[in-house]
Every structure is written in structure tokens, then in C-alpha cells.
Design a protein around this ligand. Structure first.
Ligand SMILES: Nc1ncnc2c1ncn2[C@@H]1O[C@H](COP(=O)(O)OP(=O)(O)O)[C@@H](O)[C@H]1O
Ligand SMILES: [Mg+2]
Length: 264
């Protein structure tokens, strides 16, 4: 369980550039939750992830992971339990390293210091794991990752992230840079892995329909706050139109179209 209490984040405090990105957020993520996160550009979604993963220190508040206070735990230590995937498919893998060497690196992450030897049995294991992607990558262990397409690379990143069995997965618009077909493939793999390994997940998406269709909870962020937190039951009868309407009534603002809400 992840518990966030009254966290805030102010960038460049005390300067002309001072910017409050997160305003006293409380959030409890239960084990097995798959929460979709929506909100306009600059509403603080990525910053929230940066605070959860320890990329940035909080300005105030407390973060507890499985009962342990991790508020000041460095990012690399949190990475043992928190896996994160970004929008850019080139970010999660090393282009100049082979698929198998990338996978060794991923395994090391979960092993906390143990050295892994790349032998026949490891290669067999990698092949089996890669088969789950249905992309033929199991026959390309020695190919450099730089040769792969964006979709293949993001699928490999996903596989590598779950290889170390993190307790929690943070997905930050991880299909947004892919063409529709590959976005669909990576999204399908994502739900498969989340279900198979029972990964507690938070997924930022600008695709409102995805936010409604996937997961058991939906949160909406706005100006550094969580302004909506909907349950699975509430999501069942939800439509994009209704969601936009809820946003408007909370904000008491009119938007030209839901495009404004979706812009990333
Ligand atoms: N490293 C940073 N330094 C200064 N300001 C930042 C930084 N990261 C984010 N911000 C600001 O915090 C606000 C929230 O940004 P972000 O979390 O990236 O929004 P989102 O992911 O919802 O689009 C924005 O105003 C953004 O400019
Ligand atoms: Mg963002």
C-alpha cells in the first residue's frame, strides 16, 4: 500500500520563478489498485510520479510504502520496488546494448547487488519471457536495442520493468508516443502484465476513454490537486462526456472542447 499524506512540491521557492506543482495531496493506493490518472497539461501528474519515485524530494508531507516511511529514501532504492515507464520509448532501454544485456541489467535491478552470469539457462529464460511480447524478439537476443521500433522498444521496456517484479508500476503516458497500432499492442501487454503479476499501478493517460476503460479507479488532477477520485462502480457508467462535464462543474469553467482537457 502506498500512502501519501499532505505532500506538496514547490519548484524554485522564494524566487520569481516559484511554482507550486503539487498542493497538499492525500492519496491512498491499495494493493492491487490500477488507477488511471488524467488532468490537463501542467496539472502535476508527472511531478506526483517524481515524488512517489523519489526523483524529486517533497517540499512537505509524507510518503509511506508498505508501512515504511520512504519520504527521504533515495530514488535508486525506491526503484527496487517501484517500476516506472515514460512516454519516450528510448528512455527505458540502452540503444547500444543488446536485448539480452539490457535484460541482464533489468534483472540486476531486482537482485540488489548479485551478479548475474549470462549463460544458456539465462538466455532460455529471457527467450521465454520475450515470447510473451509476441514480437519475435526471442530470436533477436543479440540485436542492439537501437534496431528496434518504438513499439518493440516500449514493449521490451515494459517486460524489463516487470522482470524484477516491482510492487508498484508508474506509467506516464507510456503509449502516447506510439502509433495507434503499437499503442494498442503495448496497452494490451500492460494490462496482461498488471493482471498476471498483480501489480499495483498508476497510469497517466491523455486518452480519456482509456482512463475510463482501464483500471479500477480514476483520479483527475488539476492545478496540483486531485479533484476527482472515482471508484470502479462509478467508472462503470462513466463516459468521456460525463467526465468532461464533471470537470467543468468542479472547475466552474467552460472549455472550448475536451481537447483542452486532453492536451499533454
Ligand atoms: N523540474 C521542474 N522545474 C520547475 N518546474 C517544474 C518542473 N517539473 C514540473 N514543473 C512545473 O510543475 C507543473 C506541473 O508539471 P507536470 O507535473 O510536469 O505536469 P503534467 O505532467 O500534469 O503535465 C508545471 O507548471 C511545470 O512547469
Ligand atoms: Mg506529464
Amino acid at each position: 500500500m502506498l500512502k501519501i499524506e499532505q505532500i506538496s512540491k514547490v519548484f524554485y521557492p522564494g524566487t520569481v520563478n516559484e511554482k507550486t506543482a503539487i498542493e497538499y495531496i492525500d492519496l491512498t493506493v491499495n494493493d492491487g489498485d490500477f488507477i488511471t490518472v488524467v488532468g490537463s497539461n501542467g496539472s502535476g501528474k508527472s511531478t506526483l510520479f517524481n515524488l512517489i519515485s523519489g526523483t524529486y524530494p517533497v517540499t512537505g508531507g509524507k510518503i509511506t510504502l508498505n508501512g515504511k516511511d520512504v519520504t527521504n529514501t533515495p530514488e535508486y532504492k525506491r526503484a527496487f520496488t517501484i517500476g516506472r515507464i515514460f512516454q519516450d520509448p528510448t528512455k527505458g532501454t540502452a540503444a547500444k546494448m543488446s536485448i539480452e544485456d539490457n535484460m541482464v541489467t533489468a534483472l540486476h535491478k531486482g537482485m540488489k547487488g548479485l551478479k548475474i552470469t549470462l549463460n544458456a539457462s539465462k538466455r532460455g529464460y529471457f527467450k521465454e519471457e520475450l515470447k510473451q511480447l509476441s514480437m519475435g524478439l526471442e530470436d533477436r537476443l543479440k540485436d542492439n536495442v537501437g534496431l528496434l521500433s518504438g513499439g518493440q522498444r516500449q514493449a521490451l521496456t515494459l517486460l524489463m520493468t516487470v522482470l524484477s517484479r516491482p510492487q508498484m508500476l508508474l506509467l506516464d503516458e507510456h503509449t502516447a508516443a506510439l502509433d495507434p497500432r503499437n499503442a494498442q499492442i503495448v496497452m494490451d501487454l500492460t494490462t496482461q502484465f498488471i493482471e498476471r503479476y498483480k501489480l499495483t499501478s498508476l497510469m497517466v493517460t491523455h486518452n480519456m476513454q482509456h482512463a475510463i476503460d482501464f483500471g479500477n479507479r480514476l483520479i483527475m488532477m488539476d492545478e496540483g490537486r486531485i479533484i476527482l477520485d472515482l471508484t470502479a462502480e462509478e467508472k462503470q457508467s462513466l463516459t468521456v462526456q460525463k467526465l468532461v462535464k464533471m470537470f467543468k462543474s468542479i472547475k466552474n469553467q467552460e472549455y472550448a472542447s475536451d481537447e483542452d482537457l486532453l492536451t499533454t
